[in-house]
Design a protein around this ligand. Sequence first.
Ligand SMILES: Cc1cc2nc3c(=O)[nH]c(=O)nc-3n(C[C@H](O)[C@H](O)[C@H](O)COP(=O)(O)OP(=O)(O)OC[C@H]3O[C@@H](n4cnc5c(N)ncnc54)[C@H](O)[C@@H]3O)c2cc1C
Length: 494
Amino acid sequence: MNHTTRIATPAPDQAGLAALEAQVARDLDVLNLPPNNWVPPMRRDGVRVLDAVVVGAGMNGIAAAGSLIFKGMPNIAVLEAAGPGQEGPWCTTARMDTLRSPKTLPGPCFGIPSLTFRAWYVANFGEESWEALYKIFNRTWQDYLGWLQRVLKLPLTHFSRVTKISPADGLLRLTVEQPDGTRTLLARRVVMATGRAGAGGLDLPDFVDRALFPDLAALAPQPIDFEALRGRSIGLIGGGASAFDNAATALERGAARADLYVRRAVLPQVNKGRGSTGPHFHHGWDAIPVAEKWTLNVYLYDQQAPVPHETVHRALRQPGFHIHLATPTHAARREGDEVVISVGGGNPREVRHDYLIVATGFAVNPAHVPELAEFAPDIARWIDVIGDVPPGLRRAEIENFPYLGPGFELQPRDADAPPELRHIHLVNYGAHVSHGGIASDIPGVVVAGERVADAVLRSLFVEDFSAIRQALVEYDEPELLGTPFYVPKAGASD
Ligand SMILES: Cc1cc2nc3c(=O)[nH]c(=O)nc-3n(C[C@H](O)[C@H](O)[C@H](O)COP(=O)(O)OP(=O)(O)OC[C@H]3O[C@@H](n4cnc5c(N)ncnc54)[C@H](O)[C@@H]3O)c2cc1C
């Protein structure tokens, strides 16, 4: 059996899941979680201000929101543009059979065994099924994340897209589009857990004619009607996992052929991303000097991630799959109902297809994040801080990553930036250069959630310090009541 063949997953065991949920409740009780809310309430114009809004309810939003609650900051809202079960790419635009990650990753579990993916999987499907599981199916992972949202009792509202964040006299005003209209919210902090495309959208190379969209082309992370591609010939630009998965999906659904045009002569062989995970990278990355961090990022960028071997085998099983290495694309344009692509080094040639899928990944640039438009000119980027970089170490693709503070907070480009800018924490792909993979990939998700919640805690504690100190002065639970040493407070009646 090849590794990615779907094995029948047994029906979920409701009793097993109920037992696990009882265990979760016990574990939280034993750990005294969540603690009481310690943040002094704040009102503006008669309305209670939220202490934080988490934008996005994928795994990073879950980890951030859970960590905030577990640190005594429950006055938060989690806003998610998609509907339940549709958060993130897993069941929408991710077209692989299984996750790349090993099944043993604990997931956003906050260090609590009963909240791990494994505990959830075994409770649902049993030990035997766990042993037989090779890698995690996308839907299974999505179901686990949905379960976490529920057992953590996250204050989550679906179908709520944050369209704008504005400074509001020390607070942040969020404009939120919901099915029944637009509303605004005031928050003290915002955590943007908006995923891979959340820091600048999708990468569409200049040489691809925009007139091809939407009928003759799509970007790989967009919805694609594969039924409409039956019997058609597809050209794909890109040599990463997504190009292979989209080609395989199209062919499995009846496309006649899929041709991948890949600039590299040799595909990346080693997953340096996997090699740069673990406690040392997760906790140490942000501590290394700026120059070292830059050269590390350049190294990882140049290496690129290889296509998982399962994905390569999946594509190779399809007779219509064709890959053209050392074949850069120079232009893609429409001619009638056809896509004409100019490919190849030296003497480019023209090839024709019925449809084009551009699989060139995600872009990062604060200027292209719609929610942050009001702040964009004031956001410090890596190009602003690295100074003179030797020409061999310049990479346009990573220069525009935002330069983030130790708690993922945006940093001002200059002294004129609105102070509220530092109250926006970017826990998405845009954090990669500053913090490494912890806000991008599953292995570091708990570290990212903890880190951003710690940062919010520390900054609210400092901001509210005089009120917190006053509450301490007024705190008067008599410890020695009932002992011979009890001294009633002056004015007390007993
Ligand atoms: C195809 C694909 C496969 C991947 N496979 C793996 C893998 O195997 N292993 C691994 O470790 N990593 C993998 N990753 C990387 C990473 O784990 C995923 O991208 C993961 O989804 C990141 O989680 P997240 O919470 O940051 O973002 P997402 O899961 O993308 O969640 C972000 C959420 O924010 C919401 N949102 C965005 N903007 C707004 C807004 N303005 N208002 C409200 N809501 C908003 C979105 O609807 C979305 O639900 C993969 C990524 C992709 C794209």
